[in-house]
Design a protein around this ligand. Structure first.
Ligand code: THU
Length: 137
C-alpha cells in the first residue's frame, strides 16, 4: 500500500460523509499492521455532540474487527467535498490515535496540491498514553 493509494481511498471515503449540518465532508483511510485498510467518514447528528469524525469511524471499525496495530492514516476534507487545504485531525481523534499508535504513526494530510506527511508525535506532543496510564511509560 503506497501513501498515494491510501490518499485515494481517503478521497473515496469522503464521498460517504453524512453532513447535513456543516457541509464539511471528511474521509479517512487507515492502514493496519497486516496491510488491510479501513475507510471512515464523518457522520453528523441533529443534536451535534453525537457527531463522529471520519478518523474515529475508521479506527472504531478496525478495532471492532480485532485490529490493534496501525501504520498510517490518510485524511482529507473540505466544504461540499472540495479540498482546498489540509484538514488536520481534531484533538479527540488525535487522542484516539494515541490509544493504539506510537509516536511514529504516519498521517498523510491531503491538501489541494497533494499531501503532507506528519507523525503522531508531531501533532500530539507530551501526550497522555496507555503506558502513562499504567505507570510504565
Ligand atoms: N471532522 C472530522 O471528520 N474530522 C476531524 O478531525 C475534524 C472534524 C468533521 C466533524 C464535522 O462533521 C465536520 O468535520 C465539521 O467540523
Amino acid at each position: 500500500m503506497t501513501p498515494e493509494k491510501l490518499v485515494e481511498l481517503a478521497k473515496e471515503a469522503m464521498t460517504h460523509a453524512y453532513v447535513p449540518y456543516s457541509g464539511y465532508k471528511v474521509g479517512a483511510a487507515l492502514l493496519c499492521g497486516d496491510g488491510s485498510v479501513y475507510q471512515g467518514c464523518n457522520i453528523e447528528n441533529a443534536s451535534y455532540s453525537p457527531t463522529v469524525c471520519a478518523e474515529r469511524t475508521a479506527f472504531f471499525k478496525a478495532v471492532y474487527d480485532g485490529h490493534r496495530a496501525f501504520e498510517a492514516i490518510a485524511v482529507c476534507g473540505g466544504k461540499d467535498g472540495v479540498i482546498t487545504g489540509a484538514f488536520p485531525p481534531c484533538g479527540v481523534c488525535r487522542q484516539v490515535m494515541r490509544e493504539f499508535c506510537d509516536d511514529d504513526f504516519l498521517l498523510y494530510l491531503v491538501d489541494a496540491e497533494g499531501f503532507e506527511t506528519v507523525t503522531l508525535a508531531d501533532i500530539l506532543p507530551h501526550s497522555f498514553s496507555p503506558k502513562k496510564h499504567l505507570g510504565i511509560g
